[in-house]
Design a protein around this ligand. Structure first.
Ligand code: PFF
Length: 472
Protein backbone atom coordinates (compact mmCIF):
# COMPACT_ATOMS: atom_id res chain seq x y z
CA UNK A 1 0.00 0.00 0.00
CA UNK A 2 1.22 3.50 -0.77
CA UNK A 3 2.16 5.64 2.18
CA UNK A 4 -0.01 8.69 2.62
CA UNK A 5 3.01 10.91 3.10
CA UNK A 6 4.10 10.19 -0.43
CA UNK A 7 7.39 8.61 0.67
CA UNK A 8 8.01 4.90 1.05
CA UNK A 9 7.15 5.15 4.75
CA UNK A 10 4.32 2.96 5.97
CA UNK A 11 1.20 5.04 6.57
CA UNK A 12 -2.60 5.32 6.16
CA UNK A 13 -3.71 4.69 2.60
CA UNK A 14 -6.34 7.46 2.73
CA UNK A 15 -7.97 10.08 4.91
CA UNK A 16 -10.87 7.78 5.69
CA UNK A 17 -8.43 5.07 6.77
CA UNK A 18 -6.94 7.51 9.26
CA UNK A 19 -10.39 8.51 10.50
CA UNK A 20 -11.39 4.87 10.98
CA UNK A 21 -8.16 4.03 12.78
CA UNK A 22 -8.34 7.09 15.03
CA UNK A 23 -12.02 6.51 15.78
CA UNK A 24 -11.05 2.89 16.42
CA UNK A 25 -8.45 4.04 18.91
CA UNK A 26 -10.88 6.39 20.64
CA UNK A 27 -13.87 4.05 20.70
CA UNK A 28 -13.13 1.21 23.06
CA UNK A 29 -13.67 -0.11 26.55
CA UNK A 30 -13.71 3.53 27.60
CA UNK A 31 -16.99 4.07 25.74
CA UNK A 32 -18.69 0.75 26.28
CA UNK A 33 -17.56 -0.09 29.79
CA UNK A 34 -16.19 3.00 31.51
CA UNK A 35 -18.56 5.72 30.25
CA UNK A 36 -21.87 4.10 31.27
CA UNK A 37 -20.28 2.97 34.55
CA UNK A 38 -19.02 6.49 35.33
CA UNK A 39 -22.30 8.10 34.24
CA UNK A 40 -24.24 5.64 36.40
CA UNK A 41 -21.97 6.07 39.41
CA UNK A 42 -21.97 9.87 39.10
CA UNK A 43 -25.67 10.51 38.90
CA UNK A 44 -26.43 10.44 35.16
CA UNK A 45 -27.37 13.74 33.47
CA UNK A 46 -25.05 16.13 35.34
CA UNK A 47 -22.06 13.97 34.48
CA UNK A 48 -23.10 13.54 30.86
CA UNK A 49 -23.58 17.24 30.20
CA UNK A 50 -20.30 18.19 31.79
CA UNK A 51 -18.61 15.40 29.86
CA UNK A 52 -19.77 16.88 26.55
CA UNK A 53 -18.52 20.29 27.69
CA UNK A 54 -15.07 18.77 28.48
CA UNK A 55 -14.84 17.04 25.11
CA UNK A 56 -15.56 20.29 23.28
CA UNK A 57 -13.45 22.71 25.27
CA UNK A 58 -10.55 20.57 26.49
CA UNK A 59 -10.49 17.26 24.65
CA UNK A 60 -10.93 18.49 21.08
CA UNK A 61 -8.26 21.26 21.27
CA UNK A 62 -5.73 18.77 22.69
CA UNK A 63 -6.68 16.16 20.11
CA UNK A 64 -5.91 18.64 17.35
CA UNK A 65 -2.65 19.60 19.09
CA UNK A 66 -1.53 15.99 19.32
CA UNK A 67 -2.33 15.06 15.74
CA UNK A 68 -0.67 18.17 14.36
CA UNK A 69 2.57 17.49 16.24
CA UNK A 70 2.57 13.95 14.84
CA UNK A 71 1.82 15.02 11.30
CA UNK A 72 4.52 17.68 11.35
CA UNK A 73 7.14 15.27 12.70
CA UNK A 74 6.12 12.17 10.70
CA UNK A 75 7.93 10.04 13.27
CA UNK A 76 7.40 8.48 16.70
CA UNK A 77 5.81 10.82 19.25
CA UNK A 78 9.03 11.96 21.02
CA UNK A 79 10.85 12.43 17.71
CA UNK A 80 7.96 14.45 16.32
CA UNK A 81 7.93 16.76 19.33
CA UNK A 82 11.71 17.16 19.03
CA UNK A 83 11.36 18.12 15.39
CA UNK A 84 8.71 20.74 16.11
CA UNK A 85 10.86 22.10 18.96
CA UNK A 86 14.04 22.26 16.90
CA UNK A 87 12.33 23.84 13.91
CA UNK A 88 10.90 26.43 16.31
CA UNK A 89 14.39 27.13 17.67
CA UNK A 90 13.54 25.67 21.09
CA UNK A 91 15.10 23.00 23.29
CA UNK A 92 14.78 19.48 21.95
CA UNK A 93 14.20 18.35 25.52
CA UNK A 94 10.52 19.17 25.11
CA UNK A 95 10.35 15.63 23.80
CA UNK A 96 9.97 14.62 27.44
CA UNK A 97 6.26 15.38 27.08
CA UNK A 98 5.88 12.60 24.54
CA UNK A 99 8.15 10.27 26.49
CA UNK A 100 5.67 10.54 29.38
CA UNK A 101 3.01 9.74 26.83
CA UNK A 102 4.74 6.68 25.45
CA UNK A 103 5.23 5.37 28.98
CA UNK A 104 1.57 6.08 29.70
CA UNK A 105 0.43 4.19 26.59
CA UNK A 106 2.58 1.24 27.57
CA UNK A 107 1.12 1.15 31.10
CA UNK A 108 -2.47 1.49 29.86
CA UNK A 109 -1.80 -1.29 27.35
CA UNK A 110 -0.78 -3.66 30.12
CA UNK A 111 -4.03 -3.39 32.07
CA UNK A 112 -6.28 -2.73 29.06
CA UNK A 113 -5.41 -6.18 27.74
CA UNK A 114 -6.39 -7.69 31.09
CA UNK A 115 -9.89 -6.25 30.70
CA UNK A 116 -9.83 -7.31 27.04
CA UNK A 117 -9.36 -10.82 28.41
CA UNK A 118 -12.57 -10.51 30.47
CA UNK A 119 -14.41 -9.61 27.27
CA UNK A 120 -13.07 -12.76 25.60
CA UNK A 121 -14.30 -14.75 28.61
CA UNK A 122 -17.82 -13.34 28.25
CA UNK A 123 -17.80 -14.17 24.54
CA UNK A 124 -17.03 -17.75 25.52
CA UNK A 125 -19.69 -17.84 28.24
CA UNK A 126 -22.44 -16.46 25.99
CA UNK A 127 -21.43 -18.70 23.07
CA UNK A 128 -21.70 -21.72 25.37
CA UNK A 129 -25.03 -20.51 26.66
CA UNK A 130 -26.34 -20.00 23.14
CA UNK A 131 -25.38 -23.54 22.23
CA UNK A 132 -27.02 -24.88 25.37
CA UNK A 133 -30.28 -22.91 25.35
CA UNK A 134 -30.81 -22.25 21.64
CA UNK A 135 -31.39 -18.97 19.84
CA UNK A 136 -34.90 -18.22 21.06
CA UNK A 137 -34.20 -18.37 24.77
CA UNK A 138 -33.21 -15.56 27.14
CA UNK A 139 -29.67 -15.70 28.40
CA UNK A 140 -28.90 -18.28 31.13
CA UNK A 141 -32.43 -19.61 31.09
CA UNK A 142 -33.64 -21.08 34.35
CA UNK A 143 -30.58 -19.95 36.26
CA UNK A 144 -30.77 -17.57 39.25
CA UNK A 145 -29.41 -14.06 38.61
CA UNK A 146 -26.87 -14.66 41.39
CA UNK A 147 -25.14 -17.18 39.11
CA UNK A 148 -24.73 -14.50 36.45
CA UNK A 149 -23.47 -11.95 38.92
CA UNK A 150 -20.96 -14.51 40.14
CA UNK A 151 -19.38 -14.91 36.68
CA UNK A 152 -17.03 -11.97 37.20
CA UNK A 153 -15.87 -12.77 40.76
CA UNK A 154 -15.45 -16.40 39.70
CA UNK A 155 -13.23 -15.29 36.84
CA UNK A 156 -11.27 -13.01 39.18
CA UNK A 157 -10.71 -15.93 41.50
CA UNK A 158 -9.22 -18.06 38.73
CA UNK A 159 -5.63 -16.82 38.39
CA UNK A 160 -4.70 -19.19 35.55
CA UNK A 161 -7.69 -18.23 33.44
CA UNK A 162 -7.19 -14.50 34.04
CA UNK A 163 -3.57 -14.72 32.92
CA UNK A 164 -4.37 -16.98 29.96
CA UNK A 165 -7.07 -14.62 28.64
CA UNK A 166 -4.77 -11.63 29.06
CA UNK A 167 -2.07 -13.44 27.08
CA UNK A 168 -4.58 -14.31 24.37
CA UNK A 169 -5.82 -10.73 24.03
CA UNK A 170 -2.35 -9.21 23.91
CA UNK A 171 -1.21 -11.88 21.42
CA UNK A 172 -4.03 -10.89 19.04
CA UNK A 173 -3.02 -7.24 19.42
CA UNK A 174 0.62 -8.16 18.75
CA UNK A 175 -0.31 -9.95 15.55
CA UNK A 176 -1.85 -6.87 13.97
CA UNK A 177 0.69 -4.30 15.19
CA UNK A 178 3.61 -6.45 14.03
CA UNK A 179 2.13 -6.49 10.51
CA UNK A 180 2.51 -2.73 10.20
CA UNK A 181 0.39 0.39 9.84
CA UNK A 182 -1.29 -0.11 6.48
CA UNK A 183 -1.59 -3.90 6.42
CA UNK A 184 -2.13 -4.51 10.15
CA UNK A 185 -3.57 -1.58 12.08
CA UNK A 186 -5.47 -0.12 9.14
CA UNK A 187 -6.80 -3.55 8.23
CA UNK A 188 -8.22 -4.06 11.72
CA UNK A 189 -9.84 -0.63 11.70
CA UNK A 190 -11.37 -0.89 8.24
CA UNK A 191 -12.95 -4.28 8.90
CA UNK A 192 -13.78 -4.16 12.59
CA UNK A 193 -15.05 -0.61 12.98
CA UNK A 194 -17.85 -0.95 10.40
CA UNK A 195 -18.73 -4.33 11.95
CA UNK A 196 -18.74 -2.67 15.36
CA UNK A 197 -21.06 0.12 14.19
CA UNK A 198 -23.47 -2.32 12.53
CA UNK A 199 -23.75 -4.50 15.66
CA UNK A 200 -23.93 -1.49 17.91
CA UNK A 201 -26.82 0.11 16.05
CA UNK A 202 -28.68 -3.19 15.79
CA UNK A 203 -28.42 -3.88 19.53
CA UNK A 204 -29.26 -0.31 20.50
CA UNK A 205 -32.38 -0.28 18.30
CA UNK A 206 -33.42 -3.70 19.57
CA UNK A 207 -32.85 -2.54 23.17
CA UNK A 208 -34.83 0.63 22.50
CA UNK A 209 -37.87 -1.41 21.44
CA UNK A 210 -37.67 -4.12 24.05
CA UNK A 211 -36.23 -2.11 26.95
CA UNK A 212 -37.07 0.96 29.02
CA UNK A 213 -35.79 3.50 26.51
CA UNK A 214 -37.50 6.65 27.74
CA UNK A 215 -36.38 5.97 31.30
CA UNK A 216 -32.80 5.69 30.04
CA UNK A 217 -33.10 8.93 28.05
CA UNK A 218 -34.37 10.89 31.01
CA UNK A 219 -31.72 9.35 33.27
CA UNK A 220 -28.88 10.30 30.92
CA UNK A 221 -30.08 13.70 29.80
CA UNK A 222 -31.90 15.26 32.73
CA UNK A 223 -29.55 17.84 34.13
CA UNK A 224 -29.69 18.23 37.89
CA UNK A 225 -27.22 20.97 38.88
CA UNK A 226 -27.10 19.80 42.50
CA UNK A 227 -25.42 16.59 41.33
CA UNK A 228 -22.56 18.43 39.63
CA UNK A 229 -20.00 18.15 42.43
CA UNK A 230 -16.22 18.57 42.14
CA UNK A 231 -15.77 14.81 42.13
CA UNK A 232 -18.29 14.41 39.30
CA UNK A 233 -16.50 17.07 37.24
CA UNK A 234 -13.16 15.39 37.84
CA UNK A 235 -14.55 12.05 36.77
CA UNK A 236 -15.97 13.63 33.60
CA UNK A 237 -12.68 15.23 32.50
CA UNK A 238 -10.72 12.05 33.21
CA UNK A 239 -13.23 10.04 31.24
CA UNK A 240 -13.11 12.47 28.30
CA UNK A 241 -9.33 12.14 28.13
CA UNK A 242 -9.31 8.39 28.36
CA UNK A 243 -12.05 8.09 25.80
CA UNK A 244 -10.35 10.37 23.26
CA UNK A 245 -7.02 8.50 23.75
CA UNK A 246 -5.31 11.72 24.85
CA UNK A 247 -2.22 12.46 26.91
CA UNK A 248 -0.50 9.19 26.08
CA UNK A 249 0.99 9.88 22.66
CA UNK A 250 -1.47 7.56 20.93
CA UNK A 251 -3.00 10.23 18.70
CA UNK A 252 0.43 11.83 18.11
CA UNK A 253 1.67 8.49 16.84
CA UNK A 254 -1.35 8.01 14.56
CA UNK A 255 -1.02 11.63 13.35
CA UNK A 256 2.45 10.81 12.03
CA UNK A 257 0.97 8.53 9.40
CA UNK A 258 -1.42 11.17 8.02
CA UNK A 259 -0.92 12.74 4.61
CA UNK A 260 -0.23 16.47 4.25
CA UNK A 261 -3.46 17.03 2.34
CA UNK A 262 -5.70 16.11 5.29
CA UNK A 263 -7.40 18.94 7.20
CA UNK A 264 -6.60 18.09 10.80
CA UNK A 265 -9.15 20.35 12.47
CA UNK A 266 -12.06 18.91 10.54
CA UNK A 267 -10.80 15.38 11.01
CA UNK A 268 -10.30 15.86 14.76
CA UNK A 269 -13.87 17.14 14.95
CA UNK A 270 -15.13 13.97 13.26
CA UNK A 271 -13.09 11.76 15.60
CA UNK A 272 -14.27 13.53 18.77
CA UNK A 273 -17.85 13.64 17.49
CA UNK A 274 -17.91 9.94 16.66
CA UNK A 275 -16.36 8.99 19.99
CA UNK A 276 -18.85 11.07 21.96
CA UNK A 277 -21.78 9.78 19.93
CA UNK A 278 -20.72 6.20 20.67
CA UNK A 279 -20.36 6.94 24.39
CA UNK A 280 -23.86 8.45 24.55
CA UNK A 281 -25.31 5.65 22.46
CA UNK A 282 -23.58 3.12 24.71
CA UNK A 283 -25.62 4.63 27.54
CA UNK A 284 -28.73 4.34 25.38
CA UNK A 285 -27.81 0.75 24.57
CA UNK A 286 -27.09 -0.41 28.12
CA UNK A 287 -29.46 1.52 30.40
CA UNK A 288 -32.78 0.57 28.69
CA UNK A 289 -31.89 -3.11 29.20
CA UNK A 290 -30.80 -2.48 32.78
CA UNK A 291 -33.93 -0.46 33.65
CA UNK A 292 -36.27 -2.90 31.91
CA UNK A 293 -34.98 -5.63 34.20
CA UNK A 294 -35.58 -3.39 37.23
CA UNK A 295 -31.86 -3.14 38.00
CA UNK A 296 -29.85 -0.24 39.44
CA UNK A 297 -27.76 2.00 37.12
CA UNK A 298 -24.95 2.55 39.61
CA UNK A 299 -23.18 -0.79 39.30
CA UNK A 300 -19.86 0.94 38.52
CA UNK A 301 -17.33 -1.36 36.84
CA UNK A 302 -19.78 -4.25 37.27
CA UNK A 303 -22.43 -2.51 35.14
CA UNK A 304 -21.35 -4.05 31.83
CA UNK A 305 -20.07 -7.35 33.18
CA UNK A 306 -22.71 -8.11 35.84
CA UNK A 307 -25.81 -5.92 35.68
CA UNK A 308 -26.19 -5.97 31.89
CA UNK A 309 -25.93 -9.77 31.55
CA UNK A 310 -28.76 -10.06 34.08
CA UNK A 311 -30.69 -7.71 31.80
CA UNK A 312 -30.03 -10.06 28.87
CA UNK A 313 -31.68 -12.81 30.88
CA UNK A 314 -35.12 -11.29 30.67
CA UNK A 315 -34.73 -10.19 27.06
CA UNK A 316 -36.09 -12.14 24.09
CA UNK A 317 -33.19 -13.87 22.24
CA UNK A 318 -31.02 -12.68 25.12
CA UNK A 319 -28.20 -15.19 24.62
CA UNK A 320 -27.67 -14.12 21.03
CA UNK A 321 -27.86 -10.43 21.91
CA UNK A 322 -25.40 -11.03 24.76
CA UNK A 323 -22.97 -12.84 22.51
CA UNK A 324 -23.15 -10.16 19.82
CA UNK A 325 -22.78 -7.46 22.45
CA UNK A 326 -19.49 -8.86 23.75
CA UNK A 327 -18.18 -9.59 20.25
CA UNK A 328 -18.83 -5.93 19.47
CA UNK A 329 -17.04 -4.80 22.63
CA UNK A 330 -14.13 -7.02 21.65
CA UNK A 331 -13.88 -5.29 18.24
CA UNK A 332 -13.87 -1.89 19.93
CA UNK A 333 -11.27 -2.97 22.49
CA UNK A 334 -8.94 -4.45 19.87
CA UNK A 335 -8.89 -1.32 17.69
CA UNK A 336 -7.91 0.61 20.83
CA UNK A 337 -5.29 -1.81 22.09
CA UNK A 338 -3.47 -1.75 18.74
CA UNK A 339 -3.11 2.03 19.08
CA UNK A 340 -1.84 1.65 22.63
CA UNK A 341 0.76 -0.84 21.43
CA UNK A 342 1.70 1.25 18.40
CA UNK A 343 2.88 4.27 20.45
CA UNK A 344 5.71 2.45 22.33
CA UNK A 345 6.43 0.24 19.31
CA UNK A 346 7.00 3.22 16.99
CA UNK A 347 9.23 4.79 19.64
CA UNK A 348 11.33 1.66 20.19
CA UNK A 349 11.58 0.97 16.49
CA UNK A 350 13.05 4.42 15.87
CA UNK A 351 15.16 4.56 19.01
CA UNK A 352 16.83 1.16 18.72
CA UNK A 353 16.65 0.97 14.95
CA UNK A 354 14.76 -2.30 15.12
CA UNK A 355 12.55 -4.00 12.57
CA UNK A 356 8.85 -3.59 13.38
CA UNK A 357 8.20 -7.22 14.42
CA UNK A 358 11.14 -7.17 16.85
CA UNK A 359 10.09 -3.85 18.40
CA UNK A 360 6.48 -5.06 18.69
CA UNK A 361 7.60 -8.28 20.32
CA UNK A 362 9.68 -6.51 22.97
CA UNK A 363 6.81 -4.14 23.83
CA UNK A 364 4.39 -7.07 23.94
CA UNK A 365 6.51 -9.16 26.28
CA UNK A 366 7.10 -6.26 28.66
CA UNK A 367 3.38 -5.31 28.71
CA UNK A 368 2.44 -8.95 29.06
CA UNK A 369 4.57 -9.36 32.18
CA UNK A 370 3.24 -6.19 33.77
CA UNK A 371 -0.29 -7.21 32.82
CA UNK A 372 0.20 -10.55 34.54
CA UNK A 373 0.91 -8.69 37.77
CA UNK A 374 -2.27 -6.67 37.17
CA UNK A 375 -4.30 -9.83 36.51
CA UNK A 376 -2.93 -11.50 39.63
CA UNK A 377 -3.81 -8.49 41.76
CA UNK A 378 -7.40 -9.78 41.65
CA UNK A 379 -6.44 -13.08 43.23
CA UNK A 380 -3.10 -14.53 44.32
CA UNK A 381 -1.36 -11.18 44.61
CA UNK A 382 -4.25 -9.20 46.07
CA UNK A 383 -2.14 -8.28 49.09
CA UNK A 384 0.77 -7.03 47.02
CA UNK A 385 0.31 -3.28 47.30
CA UNK A 386 3.73 -1.98 46.27
CA UNK A 387 2.92 1.71 46.66
CA UNK A 388 0.45 1.41 49.52
CA UNK A 389 2.59 3.74 51.65
CA UNK A 390 1.67 6.66 49.34
CA UNK A 391 -1.83 7.95 50.19
CA UNK A 392 -2.86 8.11 46.50
CA UNK A 393 -2.23 4.38 46.13
CA UNK A 394 -3.45 3.25 49.52
CA UNK A 395 -5.04 -0.19 49.40
CA UNK A 396 -4.36 -0.56 45.66
CA UNK A 397 -3.07 -3.70 43.95
CA UNK A 398 -1.17 -3.50 40.67
CA UNK A 399 -4.25 -3.16 38.43
CA UNK A 400 -5.49 -0.12 40.36
CA UNK A 401 -1.98 1.36 40.62
CA UNK A 402 -1.58 1.23 36.84
CA UNK A 403 -4.99 2.81 36.35
CA UNK A 404 -4.28 5.57 38.88
CA UNK A 405 -0.78 6.36 37.60
CA UNK A 406 -2.00 6.72 34.04
CA UNK A 407 -5.34 8.46 34.48
CA UNK A 408 -4.45 10.71 37.43
CA UNK A 409 -0.80 11.48 36.71
CA UNK A 410 0.58 10.64 33.26
CA UNK A 411 -2.44 11.58 31.13
CA UNK A 412 -2.94 15.02 32.73
CA UNK A 413 0.81 15.79 32.68
CA UNK A 414 1.10 14.69 29.04
CA UNK A 415 -1.86 16.86 28.11
CA UNK A 416 -0.71 19.94 30.09
CA UNK A 417 2.72 19.82 28.46
CA UNK A 418 1.18 19.29 25.02
CA UNK A 419 -1.07 22.34 25.46
CA UNK A 420 1.80 24.50 26.73
CA UNK A 421 4.08 23.29 23.96
CA UNK A 422 1.64 23.97 21.14
CA UNK A 423 0.25 27.15 22.71
CA UNK A 424 3.46 28.85 23.80
CA UNK A 425 6.61 27.08 22.62
CA UNK A 426 6.12 25.94 19.04
CA UNK A 427 6.49 28.65 16.43
CA UNK A 428 3.15 30.07 15.29
CA UNK A 429 4.01 29.86 11.60
CA UNK A 430 4.52 26.15 11.91
CA UNK A 431 1.36 25.56 13.95
CA UNK A 432 -0.76 27.73 11.66
CA UNK A 433 0.33 25.73 8.64
CA UNK A 434 -0.72 22.44 10.23
CA UNK A 435 -3.94 23.06 12.12
CA UNK A 436 -6.36 23.59 9.25
CA UNK A 437 -8.12 26.44 11.07
CA UNK A 438 -8.59 30.05 10.05
CA UNK A 439 -9.92 33.31 11.47
CA UNK A 440 -11.93 33.39 14.66
CA UNK A 441 -11.94 29.63 15.11
CA UNK A 442 -8.17 29.53 15.05
CA UNK A 443 -7.99 32.32 17.64
CA UNK A 444 -10.49 30.51 19.84
CA UNK A 445 -8.55 27.24 19.57
CA UNK A 446 -5.34 29.04 20.47
CA UNK A 447 -7.02 30.63 23.48
CA UNK A 448 -8.22 27.23 24.66
CA UNK A 449 -4.80 25.62 24.17
CA UNK A 450 -2.92 28.50 25.80
CA UNK A 451 -5.17 29.21 28.76
CA UNK A 452 -8.18 27.06 29.43
CA UNK A 453 -6.64 23.62 28.80
CA UNK A 454 -3.46 24.08 30.88
CA UNK A 455 -5.30 25.77 33.76
CA UNK A 456 -8.14 23.26 33.86
CA UNK A 457 -5.71 20.37 33.58
CA UNK A 458 -3.41 21.67 36.30
CA UNK A 459 -6.42 21.85 38.64
CA UNK A 460 -7.38 18.33 37.61
CA UNK A 461 -3.87 17.05 38.24
CA UNK A 462 -3.68 18.61 41.71
CA UNK A 463 -7.17 17.59 42.78
CA UNK A 464 -6.66 14.12 41.33
CA UNK A 465 -3.55 13.60 43.45
CA UNK A 466 -4.95 15.30 46.57
CA UNK A 467 -8.68 14.48 46.46
CA UNK A 468 -9.17 15.76 50.01
CA UNK A 469 -9.01 19.32 48.58
CA UNK A 470 -12.57 18.81 47.37
CA UNK A 471 -13.63 18.06 50.94
CA UNK A 472 -16.33 15.68 49.68
N1 PFF B 1 -9.77 5.55 24.06
C1 PFF B 1 -9.70 4.16 24.44
C2 PFF B 1 -11.03 3.76 25.03
O1 PFF B 1 -11.91 4.60 25.18
O2 PFF B 1 -11.18 2.59 25.37
C3 PFF B 1 -8.56 3.87 25.38
C4 PFF B 1 -7.24 4.41 24.91
C5 PFF B 1 -6.73 3.98 23.68
C6 PFF B 1 -6.55 5.35 25.64
C7 PFF B 1 -5.54 4.51 23.19
C8 PFF B 1 -5.36 5.87 25.18
C9 PFF B 1 -4.86 5.45 23.95
F1 PFF B 1 -3.73 5.95 23.49
Amino acid sequence: MVAASGSSRDGWSSRSAFILAAVGSAVGLGNMWRFPAEAGANGGGAFVLFYIFCVLLIGLPILLSETLIGRYGQASAPESVRKVAEDSGKSKHWDILASFGVLGAFLVLSFYCVVGGWVLYYIGVFAQDLLATGITGGAFEGRPSGDIEALLPDLFGNAGLMVGLHVLFIAITFYFVARGVSSGIEWVATWLMPAFFALFLAITIYGAFTGAFSEAVSYLFTFDASKLTGAVMLAAVGQAFFSLSLGVAGMMTYGAYVGRNVNLAGTSGIIAGADTAVALLAGLCIFPIVFAAGLEPNGGPGLMFQTLPIGFQSMPVGSLVGLLFFVMVFFAALTSSVSLMEAPTAWLKGKANLARPAATLIVTIAALLLGILAALSFNTMADFQPFGFIPLFEGQGMFDVLDTVTSKILMPIGAILTALFVGWIAERRLIDAENGLTGGLEKFWLFLVRWLCPLALIIILIVGIFPSILGE
